[in-house]
Design a protein. Structure first.
Length: 157
């Protein structure tokens, strides 16, 4: 599942360079095909596999041959690690925001640890009052702006 990792990486790189946008669209097609349990028609996974193996073999032939033999298992492991880290980061981030909103501190009630939001809230108290008062308007608005931006990015293809 190198396609999922490549999709995330090339989505970011494609914002800054036209060279990586073609890789992004190939990875997107590959992810959609793999999600429906079909093979990639663009051979994107093979192309990325050969690029990675060529680079690793140049550094160490033993590592290159090991990765070549076990590439699918390694790519699945990296994909699962990436998804787990995204889920964990989102959980910890939202938990910190929830604790800050409810208790006024990132770490919950009766905490003595430092909270990064305290410094931000102290420097911009009006901004946080604005966010909490208009939360139901800001979040859907931000989602709509992101969707429209994403559709414009796809339309340039």
């Amino acid at each position: 599942m190198i396609c999922i990792i490549a999709l995330v990486v090339f989505a970011v790189l494609g914002l800054f360079s036209v060279k990586y946008r073609t890789y992004f669209f190939e990875a997107l097609d590959c992810v959609f095909r793999r999600a429906t349990l079909r093979k990639c028609t663009t051979s994107f996974d093979k192309k990325m596999k050969h690029k990675i193996i060529a680079r690793l073999s140049g550094l160490n032939k033993g590592v290159g041959s090991f990765v070549y033999k076990h590439f699918e298992i390694i790519s699945w492991a990296l994909t699962l690690i990436m998804i787990a880290s995204i889920v964990w980061t989102a959980y910890v981030g939202f938990l910190g925001l929830y604790n800050f909103y409810v208790y006024g501190d990132c770490n919950g009630p009766n905490s003595t640890g430092q909270c990064v939001y305290n410094a931000i809230a102290a420097s911009t108290p009006d901004f946080f009052c604005f966010l909490t008062d208009n939360f139901l308007v800001i979040v859907p608005g931000a989602i709509i702006v992101l969707i429209v931006g994403w559709l414009l990015f796809f339309k340039k293809k």
